[in-house]
Design a protein around this ligand. Sequence first.
Ligand SMILES: Nc1ncnc2c1ncn2[C@@H]1O[C@H](COP(=O)(O)OP(=O)(O)O)[C@@H](O)[C@H]1O
Ligand SMILES: [Mg+2]
Length: 386
Amino acid sequence: MAALMERITGTLAGIRNPRTGADVMAAEQVRDIATTVDGKVRLTLLLAPDDDATLVRDVRQAIEALDGVTDVRVDVRDPAQSTPTPARRAPAAPNASMNQPKAPAAGGMGRALPVMDSAPAKAPPKVPEPVAYPHLGRVIAVSSGKGGVGKSTVAVNLAIALAKAGHRVGIMDADIYGPNLPLMLGVDAAPAVRDEKIIPLEAYGIKIISLGFLIEKDQPAIWRGPIVMKIITQFLRDVNWGQLDYFLVDMPPGTGDAQLSLVQATPVHGAVIVTTPQQVAVGDALRGVKMFERTGVPVLGIVENMSWFENPETGKPIAVFGSGGGERLAKECDLPLLGQVPLDPRIQEGGDTGRPIVHAEPESKAAKAIGQVAQRVIERLAARHG
Ligand SMILES: Nc1ncnc2c1ncn2[C@@H]1O[C@H](COP(=O)(O)OP(=O)(O)O)[C@@H](O)[C@H]1O
Ligand SMILES: [Mg+2]
C-alpha cells in the first residue's frame, strides 16, 4: 500500500471546491498535513469566507475513509489570516494514485511527525463589524446558560405563536453542535438553492434554516470558532428569508462561540433567557443574561420553563424542579418574567414528533403561557424600537 501521506494527498486531490472548481490540493487550500505512525492525521484547511463550509466535512470524511487512519483533525483557518508556508506547501498532486510505488514526499509535501503538538501560532482573529439585515425584522436570540432547559422548545413555540398572531417569522438553528429544529418542527430536507440563495424550509407558518438540513446525521461536530461565525453569517446573508417581522435564533447552550458570533455578525434586538426553576439552572441563566448585557444586547426578559406539573388527579400544581427560580432571576437582573411554562408531557411528545404544542394543543396551559410570552416580547420590542 502506498504511504499514508501519499494516499491522503491523492484522495484530497479528488475533492473539488465548488466555488472555484479546483481541487483542494491544486488550490493549495490544504496545508501542514501531519501524520503519526499510529494513523493520526492533522491538517490545516484554508477556508475563505465565500467557501462552502461543507468542504470541511468532505475533507474529513475522505481521510477518515482511508485504511490505517485512526483519527483526523482538521484545523480550519481563514486564508487572509494565515501566513504562507511555502516550504511545506503541498504541490498539486492530482495523479498521486493509491497504487503508485512509494515516492519520497516531493517538495516537502507534508511531514510524518511522531507527535502532533506543533500547532501553528494563530493570529488574533479580527472582529468583524455587525451587518444589519433589515429584511429580517427584529432579531431575537433565545438563549440560556444550560442545555436541556427548553430553549429550542420555547424558541419553536414562540415562533409559531408570533406567526399565529399574524407576523412574518423566521427561525434559525444556531445550535450547530446539536441542531434539533428539524426534529421539533418535523421538517428535514435539503433546502433548494435558487439564484445563489438557500430557500428556507417552512412549517407551521414559519421559515426555518438549520445546519441539520445541510449536514449528514450523526457526524461528529468539529466546528470551531471561525467556522461557527461563517455558518451564522451564511444563514443570515445567503438564505432567501424574504421580508420578516421577527427572526428568532435558537442558540446552543452556554455563553460561547455561537453567542459571540451572532452579536458580531448582526445587531441583535433582544435576547430571551430560558431557565428552569432550579437554583443551578438559574445561576447558569444569570451568566447568560450578563453575557448579552456585556455585548450590548438588551435582554427582553426571562422565561421559566418546566415551572410546575399539574397533578392529573387533583389539578393541583406540583413543583417538580423547585419554584421561584425565574422570578428570583428576574428580580436580581431587574427584568420582567415573561412567562412560566408548565411541565407537560405533550410538549416532549410534540417535540419528538414535530408537532409543537402551540400548534397541537393550543388550549393547553403551556401553549397559552407561550402565547403570553410572544405578546410580551412584541410589546417589549415595540417599546424599544417602535
Ligand atoms: N415544559 C416542558 N414540558 C415537558 N417537556 C419539555 C418542556 N420543555 C422542554 N421539554 C423537553 O425537554 C427536552 C429538552 O428541551 P429542549 O428544548 O431541546 O432544550 P434545550 O434547547 O435548552 O437544550 C426536550 O425533550 C423537550 O421536549
Ligand atoms: Mg436546543
